[in-house]
Design a protein around this ligand. Structure first.
Ligand code: C2E
Ligand code: CA
Ligand code: CA
Ligand code: CA
Length: 279
């Protein structure tokens, strides 16, 4: 099974040494795996409430390792960022996701999701060629630019510079921009002055415990108010229960994502599943 992240930091131990060795091996294997076709893109629904229609999907990469099974992106994306393979891997994910949505649109017509949202790392965004790569992928797959959202983290765009230039160029193409894990960075609100943004993805940490009395719901409410005030869309991430969905709906959230609505899978169902809210 994939190793989970979030392990507490440990000082040196044989296990940590082993892990450093494992990282080096992973790095060496990534390039070969890309050529061997061992990566897969899975898709998680982003649903509109009420109703539960899948209006978008987030593309998430998986490594299907022939011996070690499915490896989590939390394990190999940082390695790919460090050795630079994220540029080729990221372009492959983008192309695969765009092709997939073109396929669903042909197959399902109006039942297909309207958009696909693709994670883009700082290293990709920092390359001046990135917007041209996106334009080329849209042109060759035939996906309308309005159907693509790129998800960037606050840290990727924090220093301004080329990353922000790239976002303006992507926007000019017709692609929309989502700020991922919103609220967890150092300058969340300040960034909204300087960075072109269409969607705030409110981090799971603000959704966890939202049903308990206390500060969680207050922050989630403040974030939906900011997004409404600025004319942005907000997606609440990591919604695991019907109760959380109810509270978020009550706060004004209309786009929800999380295990309650569907786990990431290679073959998501866009059935007309109805998720009633509130009783
Ligand atoms: P992320 O972009 O914040 O993606 C959301 C993560 O939360 C995904 O983990 C998803 O499977 C998980 N998730 C969704 N709903 C729930 C829920 O209800 N509960 C819980 N506990 N988790 C939920 P995943 O797929 O393991 O991806 C982890 C991270 O790896 C992503 O976080 C993203 O930062 C990165 N990543 C994944 N695919 C790509 C990619 O193609 N390119 C880049 N640059 N990064 C990627
Ligand atoms: Ca994301
Ligand atoms: Ca996220
Ligand atoms: Ca995250």
């Amino acid at each position: 099974a994939a190793k989970e992240t979030g392990e507490p930091y440990r000082s040196w131990s044989p296990a940590l040494d082993e892990r450093a060795g494992e990282h080096a091996r992973l790095g060496a294997e990534l390039q070969a795996a890309l050529h061997a076709g061992h990566f897969q893109v899975v898709y998680q629904p982003i649903v509109a409430v009420p109703g539960g229609r899948t209006v978008a999907v987030e593309a998430l990469v998986r490594w299907q390792h022939p011996q070690r099974g499915t490896i989590s992106p939390a394990m190999f994306i940082p390695v790919a960022e460090r050795n630079g393979l994220i540029v080729d891997l990221g372009a492959w994910v983008l192309r695969t996701a765009c092709e997939q949505l073109v396929g669903w649109r042909a197959e399902l017509g109006p039942d297909a999701p309207e958009r696909v949202s693709v994670n883009v790392s700082a290293r990709q965004l920092a390359r001046p060629q990135f917007p041209a790569t996106v334009a080329e992928i849209l042109a060759t797959t035939g996906l309308p630019p309005q159907c693509l959202t790129v998800e960037v983290t606050e840290t990727a765009v924090f220093g301004g510079g080329q990353a922000v230039t790239a976002l303006h160029e992507l926007r000019a193409l017709g692609v929309s921009i989502a700020l991922d894990d919103f609220g967890t960075g150092h300058s969340s609100l300040g960034l909204l002055h300087t960075v072109p943004v269409d969607v705030l993805k409110v981090d799971k940490s603000f959704v966890d415990n939202i049903t308990e009395a206390g500060r969680h719901a207050v922050i989630a409410q403040a974030l939906i108010q900011v997004s409404e005030g600025l004319g942005l869309k907000a997606v609440a991430e990591g919604v695991e229960t019907a109760e959380q969905a109810d509270v978020l709906y009550g706060l004004g959230y209309r786009l929800l994502q999380g295990y309650h609505f569907g786990r990431p899978t290679a073959t998501p169902e866009f059935s007309r599943a109805i998720y009633p809210l509130g009783a």
